[in-house]
Design a protein around this ligand. Structure first.
Ligand SMILES: [Zn+2]
Ligand SMILES: [Zn+2]
Length: 341
């Protein structure tokens, strides 16, 4: 693929030494091709039987091209949850369901609550049933009905009986929604909500998430590659070196990788010097941040901050009523025939 490595790529019109490695016409977001090439590269050592990816279907097609058509297609939980939220936001619920509130905001908070509840139920039931997918599909039917009841204001016996998350004490029912909102679902609303929830908890979705895999680790690794290869800069000469350096750092830790790299360059650092002390300090910080107790603390803090912000926003919005000015299109003659308002 590389011009620098002997393969001919037509140079559009570069001055000096040309470092182009793909033709100008090539699409750079071609997940299918990348995964096919990568699949070929690793096929000697690894046989892929299940492949987890986001909503992009080209990726799995690429993998199947190199590893056969029996490769299982699993869905990433995060992406699936976000699709659920998106669909809930534009689903055809009746006007009266979330009546009397600044609709957009409440609606997205409703979507957020349903998403959180579904993901929580999925994880909890997996844990309880130890991934037994057949039983899971059976109990999920009741769980879906229970979630709908719970959000419709009937949190109680069915939650206590079927839900793995809500004890039936009304505490889970609202989640991210303000306390004064009443959800009133008519029949059609319940059907719409059920269809949406089935995106995550329906039988097909349960199959696609049976191992509860996510792409979080991949995304995290990609994010750290971006730190040394930002999108806005093209490192035509040392892109690969930068990536390798970052991989080395991720595997060995910051201090060790710096020491190894400087030794390799014969620029040895003096023992006990300020530089070494600083390295040790940064390394300690790094380790502390990665400790489990630290991540749990950080998660709790994030939840607290989020709740606090939601509360604040509630008081602002529903206490006084926002009176932003709105444009008045009434008097414009050429808009008379349209119903813009
Ligand atoms: Zn060129
Ligand atoms: Zn409940």
């Amino acid at each position: 693929m590389l011009s620098n490595k002997g393969q001919p790529v037509q140079c559009p019109n570069h001055r000096g030494h040309c470092t182009a490695n793909v033709s100008e016409r090539e699409s750079i977001g071609d997940e299918g091709k990348y995964n096919e090439v990568l699949g070929d590269l690793i096929s000697q050592d690894i046989k892929i039987s299940n492949f987890t990816c986001d909503g992009d279907s080209r990726a799995i097609q690429g993998v199947r091209k190199s590893h056969g058509h029996n490769v299982g297609h699993l869905r990433d939980l995060r992406h699936l949850g976000n699709s659920l939220k998106r669909e809930l936001n534009k689903a055809p619920f009746s006007k009266g369901m979330l009546k009397g509130h600044s609709k957009c905001n409440i609606r997205s908070r409703f979507a957020l609550s349903v998403k959180a509840r579904c993901i929580a139920e999925l994880k909890a039931s997996h844990k309880k049933l130890q991934g037994d997918i057949i039983t899971l599909k059976k109990v999920m039917v009741n769980i879906i009905s229970t979630i709908i009841l719970c959000f419709n204001g009937y949190c109680g016996t069915s939650c206590a009986k079927y839900s793995y998350v809500c004890a039936g004490t009304n505490r889970q029912a609202k989640n991210f929604m303000p306390n004064n909102v009443k959800v009133k679902m008519v029949d059609s609303d319940q059907q719409v909500l059920r269809k949406c929830i089935e995106m995550v908890l329906g039988p097909a979705a349960l199959d696609a998430t049976k191992l509860l895999t996510t792409t979080q680790k991949c995304e995290a690794a990609n994010r750290s590659y971006q730190a040394v290869n930002p999108k806005s800069v093209t490192f035509s000469r040392n892109c690969e070196g930068r990536i390798h350096g970052q991989v080395y750092k991720l595997n060995n830790g910051y201090a060790n990788s710096v020491i190894a790299k400087t030794m390799e360059l014969h620029a040895n650092l003096t023992q006990g010097s300020k530089v070494i002390k600083q390295l040790a300090y940064e390394d300690r910080n790094d380790l502390n941040r990665k400790r489990t107790s630290a991540t749990i603390k950080a998660r709790a803090l994030r939840a607290r901050t989020r709740n606090y912000r939601y509360k604040l926003h509630e008081e602002l919005h529903y206490g006084k009523g926002i009176s932003d000015p709105k444009p008045d299109f009434e008097g414009l003659p050429h808009l008379k025939h349209h119903k813009y308002a």
